[in-house]
Write a protein that binds this ligand. Structure first.
Ligand code: AMP
Length: 299
């Protein structure tokens, strides 16, 4: 089954202690869509400007991502730049230039309104609402978010929580949003705000899901070397959604496996710079790493 992904489609300038690259393909929707495309057909909703390189459109197409919902507008593409410290868990955002995202209103192609799986990747909650307003009874809606929206768009984010099946956020965001400093308690409080499934990402320590079937502790794949963690969270949720859509059926039944596959895709993401590693990922390498992760986590 198909997945609709909406989020930022960006040019990223990334600097790590070892390497710096300008205007790479990035954005939450790009990472999530490429990750999801490992498992299911993807429909991408976003906007790019006149400066968006054609080779990046070609990259989406190589992943068989449907671009009918990707608008091209007059102006510049969303540009984000960030710098990592020697400890790659620490990142500083240098610039966020909205460009064409400032006036973006996502309008879905009519045929996309019935897409069963909807991933609201990180973007302003007002845009996430706008996409949901156009959907006709989706089977499973997952939203990702970031601290910026907790600080600048809290009422819209709280309203969104009542419209989705699952929220995915990192541990500090879960604590901020719930007002408690323990992630298990935070998840319980977030359930009361709406979503039946709360997935808390803990970076290199994996993720925890709190669901009607109980808690699941999802390991991260241990890596000996990380090139660039940008987009790991987006790849995790994209891989998870792609896996659920690929399986079909009741999403709750496959959620644990889906999280493990999301974790595997996120690990590949961290090994490459920008999107480079997941852009050429094929199923056999994913399966091999998923098998390895199962072995390492079994007891
Ligand atoms: P992550 O490493 O998971 O935080 O995601 C990094 C991606 O988020 C980059 O590709 C950025 O282009 C994108 N990004 C950064 N800031 C924003 C924002 N305010 N809204 C949407 N996407 C953003």
């Amino acid at each position: 089954m198909k997945v609709l992904v909406v989020g930022s489609t960006a040019l990223d300038s990334i600097r790590t202690p070892r390497r710096a690259e300008e205007r790479l393909l990035g954005g939450s929707a790009s990472y999530a869509a490429v990750a999801a495309s490992c498992f299911a057909p993807v429909r991408l909703v976003g906007v790019v400007g006149e400066d968006f390189p054609r080779r990046y459109l070609a990259l989406y197409r190589r992943r068989r991502i449907d671009l009918e919902g990707l608008q091209q507008a007059a102006g510049r593409t969303f540009h984000w730049s960030g710098e990592y410290e020697v400890n790659l868990n620490r990142r500083r955002t240098l610039t966020t230039e909205l460009g064409v995202f400032a006036d973006f209103t996502p309008t879905l192609p009519a045929a996309w309104r019935g897409t069963p799986y909807v991933l609201l990747a990180n973007i302003a909650p007002a845009l996430q609402h706008h996409v949901l307003d156009q959907m006709e009874r989706p089977r499973w809606v997952v939203a990702d978010t970031m601290d910026l929206w907790l600080n600048t768009a809290l009422p819209e984010l709280l309203r969104l929580l009542r419209r989705i099946d699952a929220i995915v956020l990192n541990d500090s965001e879960a604590c901020q949003l719930s007002g408690v400093d323990n992630v298990i308690l935070a998840a319980r409080r977030l359930h009361r705000l709406g979503p039946r499934h709360v997935i808390v990402k803990k970076g290199e320590h994996g993720a925890i899901a709190s669901t009607p079937d109980g808690c699941f502790v999802c390991p991260a794949y241990p890596l000996a070397s990380v090139a660039d963690p940008t987009g790991a969270g987006d790849s995790f949720v994209g891989g998870m959604m792609g896996y659920l859509a690929g399986k079909g059926g009741a999403p709750g039944r496959h959620l644990r496996q889906a999280m493990v596959y999301g974790s595997v895709i996120a690990s590949f993401c961290c090994e490459g710079f920008g999107l480079s590693a997941i852009a050429r990922l094929a199923r056999p390498r994913i399966e091999a790493r998923a098998t390895g992760l199962r072995r390492m986590a079994r007891f």
